[in-house]
Design a binder for this molecule. Structure first.
Ligand SMILES: Nc1ncnc2c1ncn2[C@@H]1O[C@H](COP(=O)(O)OP(=O)(O)OP(=O)(O)O)[C@@H](O)[C@H]1O
Length: 246
């Protein structure tokens, strides 16, 4: 059974050059994490005391202003960064879609990129072969699948990336902002596929600036601000719909 449990997680980035900053009492508390100094060292505290638990079927939306810590949290969950404090316990295989273009070869066709992505994900050639037509059909790229990836628009690239990433039922899927690049009809399809993935007892975590997108796609919303957890609430839109339709 998949699960994620974070207890009091913090993440501190060390700044390697010594920078001249305003005196602490003259600093303006703006967007982003907290800038800290200790002796000659300077840090940005990007996550501060974050705790939450997710279980099979949860779809968590991450919201918050620029620099709130959304991407950093996804990177901690993916294991790119070790937390500076606290613990992360994850059961299940984690896949991530952080950047549409990451891992795609610009010169290779969409079809070839599906093969390359599949191999990177550890799929066998037979699994890739078996899934190929489904992935192409879901992306709705038509003849563009045989054009080089560099000829795709951002939304077309997002369609291909999403279709590949969700083709083999990932247990835990982390996604950054990019899903908003897909058009409305693709977002509807993406939602349906995410529903199916979550029903197969997966966990999905998705960061976005669009609260309406997250309300539509997710079951819970975690709001971060200056690296801290401001709130974690269930998404009520479906509940409201059910109440108002009676
Ligand atoms: N490599 C780094 N070195 C130092 N500070 C960093 C580094 N990467 C991110 N930060 C800081 O960590 C904080 C959180 O950044 P993060 O990218 O996680 O925010 P975000 O919520 O994803 O923002 P956005 O909505 O703008 O994408 C910010 O204050 C940022 O300046």
């Amino acid at each position: 059974m998949v699960s994620i449990k974070l207890d009091n997680v913090s993440l501190v980035y060390k700044l390697h050059e010594k920078l001249t900053l305003s005196a602490p009492d003259r600093r303006i508390n703006g967007t982003g994490g907290t800038i800290q100094e200790s002796g000659r060292k300077q840090f940005v505290r990007a996550l501060d005391d974050i705790s939450f638990e997710l279980s099979a079927g949860d779809r968590l939306g991450l919201v918050g202003p620029n620099g709130a810590g959304k991407t950093t949290l996804l990177k901690v969950l993916y294991g790119i960064y070790e937390p500076s404090g606290g613990t992360v316990a994850i059961k299940g295989k984690v896949d991530a879609l952080f950047n549409i273009n990451l891992g795609f070869r610009a010169e290779a066709t969409g079809r070839r990129n599906i093969v390359l992505r599949g191999l990177i994900n550890g799929w066998s050639e037979a699994e890739i072969e078996e899934k190929m037509e489904d992935i192409i059909a879901f992306s709705e790229l038509g003849d563009f699948i045989d054009l080089p990836f560099k000829a795709y628009s951002q939304g077309m690239a997002a369609r291909l990336a999403f279709s590949v990433a969700t083709a083999l039922d990932p247990e835990i899927l982390l996604m950054d902002e990019w899903i908003g690049a897909g058009d409305a009809s693709f977002q509807t399809k993406a939602k349906r596929r995410m529903d199916e993935l979550a029903e197969k007892a997966g966990i999905i975590i998705l960061a976005s600036h669009s609260e309406s997108l997250l309300n539509n796609l997710c079951t819970k919303l975690l709001t971060l601000r200056n690296g801290r957890k401001e709130s974690l609430v269930p998404v009520l839109s479906k509940l409201n719909l059910a109440i108002t339709s009676k």
